[in-house]
Design a protein around this ligand. Structure first.
Ligand code: APR
Length: 238
C-alpha cells in the first residue's frame, strides 16, 4: 500500500548553500537589481536588452552551481520513499535536476529556456539570448523572451500544482520567505486539504501559522536529517 504523497515547495534558500544569492536577504538579488527593472513585463517592454543582459549574466553562475546536501536528500527521498514525491520549485536554477530529482514543476520558469513571443515555442537556451536572437522554430528575429515568469504573469504548471496540493499527505516548504503569491498560498491549500505542513527555514516566515512544524536551520543540514528520520519509519500520518 503506497504511503501518502509528499509535495515539496522550494525557494531560493535551498540553493543558498550552493553559493547562489537569494532575493530578499541583505545582499539579495533584488537589492542590487530592483524587481521593476528586470522582473516585470513592463520592464521587458521598456528595455528588453537590459532585461536580457540581466538573465544572460545570471546564467553562467547558476549553471556553475552544484546541488547541495538538501537537493541530494530530496532525490534520495524520491528514490526510497514508498510513495510519490513531487517538487514544486520557485527557483529558475536547475539544481534539483542536477541532483537527479524528477517530478519537478518550475512554476517561475527556468534560466536555460527562452520563449518565442511570436510562435510560443519554449526553447533550451544555454547561451545568451537578446533582441537579435532568431527563433529557430518560426525564424522571426527579436521576439525571444527569457522563459522566466515575470511579476504579473501567470505561473507555469498550475493545473498540475493544484492537483498535487489537493492530494498530498505531507507538504514541505524549504527555503522560501513565503511572501510571493500564489506560491505563498500553497501551504494553506495543502493544509485545508488535509496535509501535514512543515517549514524548513533559517527563521520564522510570514506563513508560520499554516505550518504544523518549523524546522529551523540550514537546509543542507535539516533536510538530510529529516529525510533520514522519515525513511527510517515512513508513517501514514507523519
Ligand atoms: N537554509 C534554509 N533557508 C534559507 C537558507 C538556508 N541555507 N538561506 C536562506 N534561507 C531562507 C531565508 O530565510 C528566506 O526565508 O530562504 C528564504 C529566501 O527567501 P527569498 O529570498 O524571498 O526567496 P524566495 O522565497 O524563493 O522568493 C520567491 O520571489 O522574486 C520572486 O521569483 C522570485 O522565486 C522568487 C520568489
Amino acid at each position: 500500500m503506497p504511503k501518502p504523497a509528499i509535495v515539496i515547495l522550494t525557494g531560493a534558500g535551498i540553493s543558498a548553500e550552493s553559493g547562489l544569492s537569494t532575493f530578499r536577504s541583505s545582499n539579495g538579488l533584488w537589492n542590487n537589481h530592483p524587481v521593476e527593472d528586470v522582473a516585470t513585463i513592463e520592464a521587458f517592454e521598456r528595455n528588453p536588452e537590459y532585461v536580457h543582459d540581466f538573465y544572460n549574466e545570471l546564467k553562467p553562475e547558476l549553471n556553475r552551481a552544484k546541488p547541495n546536501a538538501a537537493h541530494l536528500a530530496i532525490t534520495r527521498l524520491q528514490n526510497e520513499y514508498p510513495g510519490e514525491v513531487h517538487i514544486i520549485t520557485q527557483n529558475v536554477d536547475t539544481l534539483h535536476e542536477k541532483a537527479g530529482s524528477q517530478n519537478i514543476c518550475h512554476i517561475h520558469g527556468q534560466i536555460n529556456q527562452a520563449v518565442c513571443l511570436n510562435c510560443g515555442q519554449v526553447l533550451e537556451t544555454f547561451g545568451d539570448v537578446n533582441t537579435e536572437t532568431v527563433c529557430p522554430h518560426c525564424q522571426i528575429q527579436g521576439m525571444m523572451k527569457p522563459n522566466i515568469v515575470f511579476f504579473g504573469e501567470n505561473l507555469l504548471c498550475m493545473d498540475k500544482v493544484d492537483e498535487l496540493l489537493k492530494n498530498c499527505g505531507l507538504f514541505l516548504s524549504i527555503g522560501t520567505s513565503g511572501v510571493v503569491f500564489p506560491a505563498a498560498d500553497f501551504v494553506r491549500i495543502a493544509k485545508i486539504c488535509g496535509a501535514k505542513t512543515y517549514e524548513f527555514n533559517l527563521e520564522e516566515t510570514s506563513n508560520n501559522w499554516y505550518f504544523d512544524k518549523h524546522i529551523y536551520g540550514k537546509a543542507g543540514t535539516t533536510v538530510p536529517a529529516f529525510v533520514d528520520e522519515l525513511l527510517k519509519e515512513p508513517s501514514d500520518n507523519f
